[in-house]
Design a protein around this ligand. Structure first.
Ligand SMILES: [Zn+2]
Length: 212
């Protein structure tokens, strides 16, 4: 892993994705159902290629954690799946501590920045360290979104939206399945699978799921 330069590049991409997100700007010229620019064929191809590359680079991590994670976690972390809302173990979790990447243990979010967004997924308005996340444009399901990944292992975490509270105005909408809570006293929540859900549905049907 080429660390320093990768982190710098990551931060630059992150900044661009967030600030330059004309992605989110409401277009007044929207002809039909969507108010965002249509996804071009070239963009779609580049997106597919990027996903393929990411899938290749996550093979090593997959191997390391396949005995530790359940089917739902594997699907979310490595298949960019989404857990059904209000089912994960952290959407309604209010203890003090921090949340790590469940795959590699990188520190991602602090409980002080967690808030109740009403979405049914753990929501944070900030991140522990910007460089600990990697942001990528996500064109799956025919939508333009910004995907949030762990910068260390590439695990899929969720998406970031610009409808969060101040001071950042951001909403990091994260799957419980991608997180591992560590309490302030260092106690790790080892209960896997949370509320006993062995549900591997990707709601909305992850159309491209079978490709990698
Ligand atoms: Zn990670």
């Amino acid at each position: 892993m080429n660390t320093v330069s990768a982190l710098v590049a990551t931060a630059a991409v992150a900044a661009a994705a967030i600030t330059g997100a004309g992605i989110w700007a409401k277009s007044q010229t929207s002809p039909v159902e969507t108010d965002r620019p249509a996804i071009t064929q070239q963009e779609a191809l580049q997106f597919k290629e990027r996903k393929r590359e990411m899938a290749r680079s996550s093979e090593e991590w997959k191997d390391k954690v396949k005995d530790k994670l359940d089917a739902n976690q594997m699907n979310v972390c490595f298949g960019a799946g989404t857990e059904p809302p209000f089912t994960g173990k952290y959407w309604d979790h209010h203890e003090k501590g921090h949340y790590e990447c469940t795959v590699c243990g990188q520190n991602l979010f602090d409980s002080n920045t967690k808030y109740d967004s009403g979405s049914g997924w753990p929501s944070f308005y900030d991140v522990v360290e910007k460089s600990n996340l990697k942001l990528e444009e996500d064109l799956s399901l025919g939508m333009r979104r910004v995907e949030v990944l762990c910068s260390n292992c590439g695990s899929h975490l969720g998406h970031v939206f610009e409808d969060g509270p101040q001071p950042t105005g951001l909403r990091y909408c994260i799957n419980s399945a991608s997180l591992q809570f560590v309490a302030e006293d260092g106690t790790r929540d080892e209960a896997e699978g949370g509320e006993g859900q062995e549900d591997t549905t990707s709601e909305g049907g992850q159309g491209s799921g079978g490709e990698y």
